[in-house]
Ligand binder design. Structure first.
Ligand SMILES: O=C(NCCCCCn1ccnc1)c1cc(-c2ccc(F)cc2)cc(O)c1O
Ligand SMILES: [Mg+2]
Length: 214
């Protein structure tokens, strides 16, 4: 039977990356996506911006919406301080199954909790299920039409505190126009656009960093 693109991506990690070495996992995926098959990872160019924001925030609690194959999960988790926690939500069970193996290959299972299901269902349960107070950093990389409703939901559920940072992928391509309009016009957010390119291409894309002001 035919393999899927996520399965082939995992194969490239297992073939070319060193177990327990997150940077080699990131490098192997980027090489695969540049040379074999494009895939919707945040990629190396936007990944460097992600790394700098993670390092600046130095978060104890991170929520990632949209795991896919775990590329950004590995990038983020590899930069977290010792007892920090990353919860990553993936709706698609096939993606989740691959991501678990990519995260394990990087040796980062102990820092990552991968949850399968819809963000709209799980966000209201975060506190009771995972003992989370608030998130220091949220990386939005799931369905583009869910960025805005899920941001409202996180506010309503008291998951954001003064200074919480939202970092959103794909605000230009595929685009999240309603989310962008909201975070840029709301007095409760301080937003900044990091111009970049769609992963592995020359097409414009970027990350929007928005600090919740409480
Ligand atoms: O759709 C994307 N991501 C969400 C995937 C499903 C999330 C499921 N889920 C997880 C949790 N809750 C729901 C995405 C798409 C593209 C893209 C860009 C250009 C193009 F021509 C084709 C595709 C680039 C990205 O960087 C992306 O992130
Ligand atoms: Mg993306």
């Amino acid at each position: 039977t035919q393999s899927t693109r996520p399965q082939r991506l995992l194969g490239a990690v297992q073939k070319n990356a060193t177990r327990g070495d997150p940077r080699s996992v990131v490098k192997a995926i980027d090489h695969f996506c540049r040379n074999q098959e494009w895939a919707m990872n945040v990629g190396d160019e936007k990944g460097c911006i992600l790394d700098s924001v993670v390092s600046e925030v130095n978060p104890a609690t991170v929520l990632e919406l949209g795991t896919y194959c775990g590329y950004s999960t590995v990038r983020i988790a590899s930069l977290l301080p010792p007892h920090a926690k990353l919860i990553t939500l993936e709706f698609n069970p096939d993606f989740a199954a691959i991501a678990r193996q990519v995260i394990a290959w990087a040796g980062l299972e102990h820092k990552v909790q991968l949850v399968e299901g819809a963000s709209g269902d799980w966000i209201p349960k975060m506190k009771e299920q995972f003992g989370v107070e608030t998130f220091d950093l949220v990386f939005l990389d799931h369905w583009k039409d869910r960025y805005l409703p899920d941001t409202h939901l996180m506010e309503e559920c008291g998951l954001l505190r003064k200074g919480s940072v939202l970092l959103a992928d794909n605000v230009i391509c595929p685009g999240t126009p309603d989310y962008l309009e909201f975070v840029r016009s709301s007095p409760r957010y301080k937003s900044q656009y990091f111009k970049s390119h769609l992963e592995y291409t020359k097409v414009e894309d970027g990350l929007e960093k928005s600090v919740f002001l409480g």
